[in-house]
Design a protein around this ligand. Structure first.
Ligand code: SF4
Ligand code: SF4
Length: 402
């Protein structure tokens, strides 16, 4: 084992409040640590170069970075590992800034606490295993839910760019709500859609399940139908009115929002948490909203939103483009699984299915996001969350409590 430990000063953020030289010196004596140094600002361009050079120059096979929160720079340092030829999952961060420097005013206590976290991280890396990232090709097809003005306009624009589209309309025919204002337009659009071989229209049905992520969604219409695969989903389900005449989200949109876990406001429309998400995006990458599905809007606004959705899809969902899958997934042991399906209930990503022949559950590693919910819930201990194994956690705890 050749472990490198790097303690970041984060300018004065950590350096002024923790004795980082003491930490680097003390952990240098731990078995397997071949290098232990401090640095001013590891996330800076110079810091990243220094780190990469140290990894290659010392043939390090695992590293610990004592710095800020992994939320801030784990990705940054994983990339540095990759460029230096070290598997990024052989890196562990110890958060000595948010968890220590910023909350423990006494320097001596802060240094002791930080030392414990760094020891825990070093111990943990001794149980790390390299995990391989895989990538899958994006599916350039699009599913449009709702066959009204918004859905048909978006579909025609996408078809003009040679994309294949499936419109799913819950009523017996496409067209949506026809008003005096849009009657001619709907007639026109319906005729155009009917004449396009790129557009398939399924009526009288609605999705029973939608799982997946940008580039790879699976839409399930029920047992008697083949699942539809697509790279993006467009919600064009229109809106309705309550008894007092106020515009509210349609039942169709509410069902889709629940299925896709899109948070909604009191009227059932997508919650706009961020201005830059309005008006066509949702918090789910690859799921878009157009027309009255997103809130009451004029015919003109519906058309321009549909243009924006089509443009966004065409510029982001590029045929042949690959997306990386999450390697930190969960795995179910068929031997230990007793088929209770508890894990299926807690998985918010639809990643677990039940094998009727073997009577055990199985994780689809492409859909799994590695949240670990299932591993915590399984009463048989049959699920292992990769990179968060009991062994790794035990070793980390042992290092902290030493
Ligand atoms: S919770 Fe555990 S035992 Fe139950 S089905 Fe899932 S993996 Fe099997
Ligand atoms: S780790 Fe999370 S996303 Fe993956 S299967 Fe378990 S519950 Fe689902």
């Amino acid at each position: 084992m050749r472990t490198g430990v790097f303690v970041c000063s984060c300018g004065p953020n950590i350096g002024d409040r923790i004795d980082i030289e003491k930490i680097a010196k003390e952990v240098s004596e731990i078995e397997g640590v071949v290098l232990s140094e401090t640095y001013g600002l590891l996330c800076s361009p110079d810091g990243k170069k220094y780190l990469a050079d140290k990894i290659t120059g010392n043939s390090l096979d695992r590293i610990v970075i004592a710095a800020c929160s992994p939320r801030e720079h784990e990705e940054t340092f994983m990339k540095v590992c990759e460029t230096a030829g070290l598997n990024p999952f052989m890196m562990q961060m110890a958060n000595i800034r948010e968890q220590v420097a910023w909350v423990t005013p006494d320097k001596k206590s802060a240094t002791e606490k930080a030392l414990k976290l760094v020891r825990g991280a070093i111990n943990r890396t001794s149980r790390h295993k390299p995990l391989e990232k895989t990538s899958i090709v994006c599916n350039p097809e699009v599913v449009v839910i709702g066959g009204g003005t918004a859905g048909m306009t978006t579909s025609l624009l996408l078809a003009d760019a040679d994309r294949r589209i499936t419109i799913i309309e819950r009523s017996p025919s496409p067209g949506g709500s026809v008003t005096l204002e849009n009657e001619k337009l709907v007639e026109n659009l319906s005729a155009k859609v009917a004449g396009r071989s790129e557009i398939k229209v399924i009526t009288g049905l609605e999705p029973e399940e939608i799982v997946g992520f940008f580039g790879n969604f699976i839409v399930n219409l029920g047992k008697d139908y083949d699942e539809i695969r697509a790279g993006a989903i467009v919600l064009a389900t229109g809106c309705s009115k309550d008894e007092s005449g106020r515009a509210i989200a349609s039942e169709g949109f509410r069902e889709m929002a629940e299925m896709l876990r899109i948070s909604t406001d009191q009227d059932g429309f997508p919650a706009r948490e961020h201005d830059s998400l309005a008006p066509i995006s949702t918090p789910i990458n690859g799921v878009y909203v157009t027309g009255c599905a997103g809130g009451p809007c004029s015919l003109r606004a519906t058309v321009s939103q549909s243009e924006a959705v089509a443009g966004t899809i065409l510029s982001s969902l590029i045929p042949g483009r690959k997306v990386e899958t999450e390697p930190r997934t969960s795995v179910i042991s068929e031997t230990l699984c007793r088929g209770c399906m508890t894990c299926m209930e807690v998985c918010g990503y639809g990643a677990i299915s039940f094998n009727e022949e073997k009577l055990v559950c199985h994780v689809n590693s492409v859909l799994c996001k590695g949240c670990g919910n299932c591993a915590g819930a399984c009463p048989s201990g049959a699920i292992r969350a990769q990179h968060f194994t009991p062994d790794q956690i035990r070793y980390q705890m042992a290092g902290v409590l030493r």
